[in-house]
Design a protein around this ligand. Structure first.
Ligand code: PNS
Length: 161
């Protein structure tokens, strides 16, 4: 079975990596899809997010990374995904995730499966990482070491330094 794991990944966190590693043991292939929420401005370009994911997934041979500016349902179809995979941190994630799952099933006829994130990552989010990095706080326990410098550099770039 091939799962597609979509997200903004701005930036990818240890929580995302945990879900991908666990999914790679459950599925024959995991296609990590870097997408965007419409109307949202991102700190990292699509290419930068894809590049960070590629570097942190070197040790996961059955995961590959794609990016797209369009609809997840279309990307899932193009990539031959059997299911969409999303991680759930806590109950507050559910209402939006259920809406997205219903829409993707309606648009693309593809089901969504959920993995509950490991407890150590349940309070972690990309937005918390960005906020800490903007204030030069340590983020080493939040993201893979390979991308720490990319994140600080993007924050400096964002304020025009
Ligand atoms: O990491 P995120 O921000 O929670 O991921 C949300 C994402 C990017 C997966 C979602 O916004 C998405 O699927 N965007 C692509 C456009 C699309 O298909 N929109 C309809 C989703 S129901």
């Amino acid at each position: 079975m091939r799962a597609i794991y979509p997200g903004s990944f701005s930036p990818p966190t240890l929580g995302h990596l945990d879900i991908i590693r666990r999914a790679a043991k459950l599925f024959g292939e995991v296609v990590v899809a870097v997408l965007s929420q419409s109307e949202k401005r991102y700190l990292f370009s699509l290419e930068e997010r894809k590049d960070m994911l590629r570097r942190i997934l070197i040790g996961v041979p059955n995961a590959r990374v794609v990016s797209d500016t369009g609809l997840l349902a279309d990307v899932a179809k193009r990539e031959g995904a059997d299911v969409i995979l999303r991680g759930i941190r806590d109950a507050s994630d559910l209402p939006l995730e259920m809406q997205m799952a219903a829409a993707n099933r309606q648009i693309g006829g593809v089901d969504t499966v959920f993995l509950v994130c490991s407890p150590e990552y349940s309070l972690l989010s990309s937005s918390i990482v960005r906020d800490c990095a903007r204030h030069r706080a340590p983020i080493a326990g939040m993201v893979p070491p390979e991308i720490v410098n990319d994140i600080y550099a993007a924050c400096l770039r964002d304020v025009g330094l």
